[in-house]
Design a binder for this molecule. Structure first.
Ligand code: SAH
Length: 354
């Protein structure tokens, strides 16, 4: 039995079942046994792969979009370029390379990374050393400046709670124990003010997910962009509203039972973009856009062709496969969505419908 499973069983036996959010928090962030505390989970040897690890084109196009927004907002001479959950630093390295020739952009920026994982902070440090990044434990300490922020596959890793509708009340899905096995159960149903609006679009037996830790992050972003201008670009899998049970575990690139390997599998849940946009009010949210459409509008096909000129054989095949993976509706193109947020009076960022 893993140490974390033993610790969770002890806790549950002593104090009763825990929420899915508490379970996710322990599995992902436990200081000694947590998934992110103990490893670099990305890439072939890890458990999952993300868009920037698939192709440099992803970060290049989004970087140029961010720089365009910065210019459209008058090119503020001091701003924070920030990333939430920068992984190996690949996305930010691609953004910085692509924007190196945008006049004034690099001189004006200071780099800020919000990261919980020590192994990943080390990877970011070696990748981004020349830009002297400042690390943060939370978005609350980002500087009081114009803020240009990106987050790819960050919010899906924040803990969710799950509520099953029963009549006009909600029973919370809990993690309990049967012998030495972790198992799901339900708390008694109670009415919940926070879910009153979901009584209109759900029926008995359906599950709704909430993600409280995302709210202060969106508020911190909103405060800075309202005061000083800027832009937030959030890319993740999910939809405008949470629907059903989306808790999932990935281990060695395969789906796993979320309770089977606590601390040794990646745990995520789909992102409810409506909840993020609401927590960021009064920022203006662009229409939620599928990743494939956003990348097409930002020129992924032309950029892919340009890079293909220098390639042949397997590297060319891999390069074209990466383009397909990022954009095709059957791959990441439709499941992943992008939410753009600006000050209500700022021009719409390229690639989005206002
Ligand atoms: N954006 C990267 C990595 C995505 S994996 C990419 O696209 O490749 C999720 C990232 O969020 C990791 O860097 C992880 O360590 C970080 N993370 C997860 N939960 C976090 C939390 N609560 N606070 C800060 N960072 C967190």
């Amino acid at each position: 039995m893993t140490d974390l499973r033993a610790a969770l069983l002890r806790q549950i036996r002593a104090q009763g079942p825990i929420s899915v959010a508490e379970y996710m928090t322990q599995c992902l962030l436990h200081p000694r046994h947590g998934y992110y505390a103990t490893r670099d989970p990305l890439g072939q040897a890890g458990d999952f792969t993300t868009a920037p690890e698939i192709s440099q084109v992803f970060g290049e196009l989004l970087g140029l979009q961010i720089a365009q927004v910065w210019m459209d907002q008058g090119a503020p001479s001091h701003f924070a370029l920030a990333e939430l959950g920068p992984g190996r630093g690949t996305l930010m390295a691609d953004i910085l390379r692509a924007t190196a020739r945008v006049p004034g952009f690099h001189d004006a920026l200071s780099l800020h990374l919000v990261e919980a994982s020590a192994p990943l902070r080390a990877a970011q440090a070696s990748r981004l050393a020349q830009f002297q990044p400042v690390w943060h434990d939370s978005a609350d300490t980002l500087p009081d400046q114009p803020l240009y922020l990106i987050a790819n596959e960050f919010f899906d890793a924040l803990p969710i709670r799950q509520f099953l509708r029963q009549g006009n009340g909600w029973a919370e899905r809990m993690v309990g124990a049967e012998g030495d096995t972790l198992c799901f159960g339900l708390s008694p149903a109670v009415p919940l003010d926070a879910l009153t609006h979901r009584l209109d679009d759900t029926s008995d037996g359906q599950i709704v997910e909430t993600r409280a830790p995302a709210e202060p992050v969106m508020e911190a972003i909103s405060t800075r962009i309202m005061a000083h201008g800027g832009y937030a670009l959030i890319v993740d899998y999910g939809d405008w509203r949470s629907r059903g049970d989306t808790l999932q575990a990935l281990r060695a690139h395969r789906f796993d039972d979320p309770l089977a390997h606590p601390g040794a599998a990646d745990l995520t849940a789909h992102v409810d973009f409506e909840a993020l946009a609401q927590a960021a009010r009064p920022l203006r949210a662009m229409a939620l856009t599928v990743q494939g459409a956003l990348l097409e509008r930002l020129g992924i096909t032309a950029r892919t062709h340009a890079l293909a000129q220098g390639l042949s054989g397997q590297p060319l095949a891999d390069h074209l496969a990466a383009h397909r993976r990022l954009t095709h509706p059957d791959e990441m193109g439709h499941l992943f969505k992008a939410l753009g947020l600006t000050h209500p009076h700022a021009p719409a960022p390229p690639g989005f419908d206002a």
